[in-house]
Design a protein around this ligand. Structure first.
Ligand code: NAP
Ligand code: GCO
Length: 277
């Protein structure tokens, strides 16, 4: 049995370590992507990360290095197939290898009623949240096949399962990302590549800040109170809550987990919601 195919017989607590691995985390200049990159780095991986804004990439690189992590940032828009191909080439040149782990985290959202959402707006969200994970996965899979192993983690969403007003493009993209995850699982499982999703619940990041802003009278945003009532844990998640699940799915400990969406939502998807008092 090769190391890459170690099954339950090969398990030890070191199975959760990522020493010797290179992880690419897209959109990791803040938010969930930064938390996941931190976790994979703390588990021993070298980190490559990207985003669109050079100043934020530089700040994040300093953040990771100050935390003692071996990280290198790149300016790259994941919707640009040519730029992504160049990114993987630069990573291979800089690190001497291609990613063992890919986290498709970069994402955007637009909250407008569907009838006020242009086709261009819809396409822009789908381009980043669905087409880009396809593009980046396609750029990383050949290197994983050559190595005989690989881990792809797609950052899905509760909206991979549920809809909500004003986010038609986002929900459509995240639903598609769930199925892309299952398809990559199906097509590359034999190459010892595991592709799974992480489905965060409502997490306190810049992306959800508009849903948590206090009202002019000092009261909580109605959506804030709504989410707390819908969550058994009675709180918003934090990026920290995603660290353990990400390390698990990136490590040998999950070598027989494939095509699975691991929801990290405090139980929202299981709960009808607290009844009004
Ligand atoms: P965020 O705070 O808005 O951060 C998004 C990150 O992605 C930033 O680093 C951003 O940097 C980067 N990015 C955006 N578009 C990009 C592009 N085209 N190319 C490269 N980088 C890009 O979002 P978040 O809340 O951390 O969410 C991260 C992921 O988790 C997203 O896929 C989101 O859909 C998903 N998610 C979030 C929640 C939540 O409640 N927060 C829940 C479920 C799922 P630049 O803008 O500088 O490029
Ligand atoms: C929204 C939120 C959600 C979260 C997340 C939930 O407007 O409903 O932004 O979509 O980002 O995807 O899992």
């Amino acid at each position: 049995m090769t190391k890459d195919n170690a099954g339950a017989a090969g398990f030890s607590m070191n199975s959760f370590r990522l020493d010797g691995k290179l992880a690419l985390v897209t959109g990791a200049t803040y938010g969930i992507g930064m938390a996941i990159a931190e976790a994979l780095g703390e588990a021993g991986a070298r980190i490559a990360f990207n985003a669109r804004h050079a100043d934020k990439v530089a700040e994040a690189q300093e953040h990771y290095r100050a935390a003692g992590l071996d990280a290198r940032g790149y300016v790259c828009d994941v919707t640009d197939e040519e730029a992504v191909s160049e990114l993987i080439g630069r990573i291979e040149s800089d690190f001497g290898t291609t990613p063992d782990v890919l986290v498709n985290n970069a994402g955007v959202i637009q909250r407008t009623p569907m009838l006020q959402t242009s086709a261009a707006d819809f396409r822009r969200v789908v381009d980043t949240d669905l087409n880009a994970p396809f593009i980046v996965s396609k750029a990383c899979i050949p290197g994983m096949i050559e190595k005989g192993h690989g881990k792809i983690i797609n950052v899905c969403s509760m909206m991979s399962e549920l809809g909500r007003e004003t986010i038609a493009g986002y929900a459509a993209a995240k639903g598609g990302l769930k199925m892309l995850t299952k398809n990559i699982c199906s097509e590359f499982g034999e190459a010892n590549i595991q592709c799974n999703g992480i489905g965060p619940g409502y997490i306190a990041t810049p992306q959800t800040a508009p849903l948590r802003e206090h009202q002019t009278d000092g009261s909580r945003h109605p959506f804030d109170a709504f989410i707390v009532s819908k969550t058994p844990a009675a709180r918003w998640g934090t990026p920290e809550d995603l660290k353990g699940p990400a390390v698990f799915l990136a490590s040998d400990a999950s070598n027989f987990v494939n095509g699975h969406i691991l929801y990290v939502d405090g139980g929202i998807l299981a709960y009808i919601g607290k009844q009004p008092q």
